[in-house]
Design a protein around this ligand. Structure first.
Ligand code: PPS
Length: 311
């Protein structure tokens, strides 16, 4: 299925026609969730693929066989994409693991009364924006990114494909109490993957032995995933994802936005962020500063300090 130049507009949000049709989007809204389902929810570029790998590895108790032999879009398909319905019909995997980028406004009604386990993955929006900008350059199914200032403006206005980051995060997290939802951040995965996987495995009621947990950590590190063709999107043909223009597993860092934002753009972003998030109590970690300290024994230890934005 090509449709690389088609945009599907659904409930006012643009979706790439390459993988979405009006029918497939409509199908997602009417989806019958089962209590055993696991649903990974994220705005693009927030750590979706990472969580798909974590959930796969937890299910296989740290054994990488499935994650190294089955593409992520097959083991955790996007609910709103056209192939999902047929794939689920032919699949016998339990629990079903699904992924979605849809906002809560659209998918919430299908989840009412549902006990499906929802893992909401978020990332600080400056890094989301920069990651998404670079991805637009290689993804031929997305519109031209334009200049970085233009892209930044569209991100803040919520007019990029997949809609507004602000609506997405506020919509899902404000409904957390009514849903069976675990909120995991990209930044916590980055700084303490072991602890985060433990937290996800408890939520999924799949407790792991220490060596199984350590295997999960090992196989979903950035370098392992970058080399795993079942998760790094190198299987996608060049006409769809132009691998000469970038890498899906690009940098995997906290704070890469500093390499793109000018001071003026940062002020523009912060002002818009403050105004759009004033009704939201979430805090975001935009930076990971590395500070070196000298212990009494004279050895340097690395202190990792987060800078919280309290705007
Ligand atoms: S998508 O297209 O929405 O599915 O993208 P998504 O998977 O949400 O986000 C891609 C970014 O996540 C980074 N990534 C990781 N970072 C650190 N460690 C691991 N293991 C990892 N796996 C994926 C990936 O590199 C993209 O971020 P950027 O900043 O572009 O590198």
């Amino acid at each position: 299925m090509a449709r690389l130049d088609v945009t599907e507009i659904f409930h006012g949000i643009s979706f790439p026609g390459h993988l979405h049709t009006q029918d497939s989007l409509q199908h997602a809204l009417k989806f019958l969730f089962q209590d055993m389902d696991v649903l990974i929810v994220s705005y693009p570029k927030s750590g979706t693929t990472w969580m798909q790998e974590i959930v796969t590895l937890i299910s296989s108790r740290g054994d990488p066989h499935v994650s190294q032999t089955t593409p992520n879009w097959t083991r955790a398909p996007w609910l709103e994409q056209y192939y999902c319905a047929d794939l689920l019909k032919s699949s016998t995997s339990t629990p079903r693991v699904l992924t979605t980028h849809l906002p809560h406004d659209l998918l919430g009604p299908a989840l009412q009364e549902s006990k499906a386990r929802i893992i909401y993955v978020s990332r600080n929006p400056k890094d989301v924006l920069v990651s998404f900008y670079h991805f637009h350059k290689m993804a031929n199914f997305l519109p031209d990114a334009g200049s970085f200032p233009e892209f930044l403006h569209h991100f803040l206005e919520g007019t990029l494909h997949f809609g507004s980051w602000f609506d997405h995060i506020k919509g899902w997290t404000s409904q957390a109490a009514a849903l069976n939802l675990l909120h995991v951040t990209y930044e916590e995965m980055s700084t303490d993957l072991h602890r985060t996987i433990n937290k996800v495995s408890s939520f999924l009621q799949r407790p792991l032995l220490e060596h199984e947990l350590n295997n999960c950590v090992k196989h979903c590190s950035f370098s392992r995933m970058k080399d795993n063709k079942m998760i790094n999107y190198s299987l996608i043909p060049d006409e769809i994802l132009d691998h000469s223009k970038g890498c899906f597993m690009r940098k995997g860092e906290i704070g890469d936005w500093r390499n793109m934002f000018t001071e003026e753009q940062n002020r523009y972003f912060d002002t818009a962020f403050k105004s759009k998030m004033q009704d939201c109590i979430l805090k975001f970690k935009f930076l990971l500063e590395k500070l070196y300290n000298v212990t009494a024994a004279g050895k340097e230890i690395l202190l990792l300090l987060f800078f919280h934005t309290l705007m």
